[in-house]
Design a protein around this ligand. Structure first.
Ligand code: DQA
Length: 292
């Protein structure tokens, strides 16, 4: 059986029992370890898809992936741990240059890529500088608010599912729109999550307590049934916007009830995918207003 990147990472850091907390940012998996001596730094840095590894303080470790990749690894690692796992705190940025571990093979491939892209040589130190730059960029991003977009059941089938109601664009196009709109609205991080399972949505909302500043949520059919999702939103008390692609108000009687609405400061319905863009901009404006 093919092993996932998450399982390879866990193997090189002393197994899942060595993880006391786990978090994610744009390009990094953040892990807090029970026993840092169990980490095989070279093996971890040599794992496929890992760009570099940074030690943070006594027990902190950051594993750098390319954007887009890290979300999947985080979801897989979180799923292997007891749920919901504690969120690794954002470590203070050390002054000066940070130490990055990079596998020699990876340095070579980066050498080739960087030379091609910028027609300059990049040795191991050059790559470390590149990652330091990413680190600084991330510091800048971390001062901006973080957005979580949640989509509930059957929204993964957008494009296939009842196209006359939900349109012909697929879920990947929706994620793309949300990421772009999030960046345009000034969010430093945009995390998109979709699940067909009520409990997983509750877990994700709970995780948002320490990893997001606001939520845009289309709970799908759970809108009309889930007190658990309403309670989760109330528990974390983050500003939230409810979105529906279709005109729910003009549809069947059973769609006229929304539990989540009670925990959202706004509801947008019937604007198709564009409703998400409006929700994201309205949330950004709300956060700017309330942080004054
Ligand atoms: C929906 C409306 C819900 O009634 C339905 O169950 C969905 C999608 C919408 O986006 O229009 O799954 O939330």
């Amino acid at each position: 059986m093919e092993r996932t990147t998450a399982s390879l990472v866990l193997e090189t850091i002393g197994g899942k029992d060595n993880v006391t907390a786990c978090g994610v940012c744009m390009t990094r998996l953040r892990i807090t370890l029970a026993d840092p001596s169990l980490v095989d730094l070279d093996a971890l840095a040599g794992t496929a898809s890992v760009l570099g590894v940074v030690r943070r303080g006594e027990t902190g470790l950051e594993v750098v992936f390319g954007p887009g990749m890290v979300d999947q690894v985080y979801q897989d690692v979180s799923a292997s741990l007891s749920k919901p796992c504690a969120v690794a705190p954002v470590p203070p940025r050390p002054a000066g240059t940070m130490r990055v571990t990079i596998s020699p093979g990876r340095a070579k491939s980066y050498h080739a890529q960087a030379a091609a892209r910028a027609s300059r040589t990049a040795d191991e130190a050059g790559l470390a500088n590149l990652l330091t730059q990413i680190d600084h960029d991330e510091s800048a991003r971390e001062s901006k608010p973080r957005l979580l977009v949640i989509n509930g059941p059957n929204l993964n089938l957008l494009g296939i599912r009842e196209p006359d109601i939900y349109g012909r664009q697929d879920y990947a196009a929706l994620v793309d729109l949300c990421r772009r709109a999030g960046a345009d609205a000034g969010f430093g991080e945009v995390r998109c999550f979709q699940s067909n399972h009520e409990g997983d949505i509750v877990d994700e909302i709970q995780r948002a307590l320490h990893t997001a500043d606001g939520i845009v949520i289309n709970p799908g059919a759970y809108t009309h049934t889930s007190v658990a999702i309403l309670d989760a939103l109330k528990s974390v008390a983050l500003p939230a916007v409810e979105v529906h692609i279709s005109k729910v108000d003009e549809r069947e009687e059973f769609r006229q009830v929304s539990y989540v609405r009670l925990a959202c400061f706004e509801t947008i319905a019937g604007m198709g995918f564009e409703g998400y863009r409006k929700a994201i901009f309205d949330l950004a404006a709300h956060l700017a207003e309330t942080s004054r």
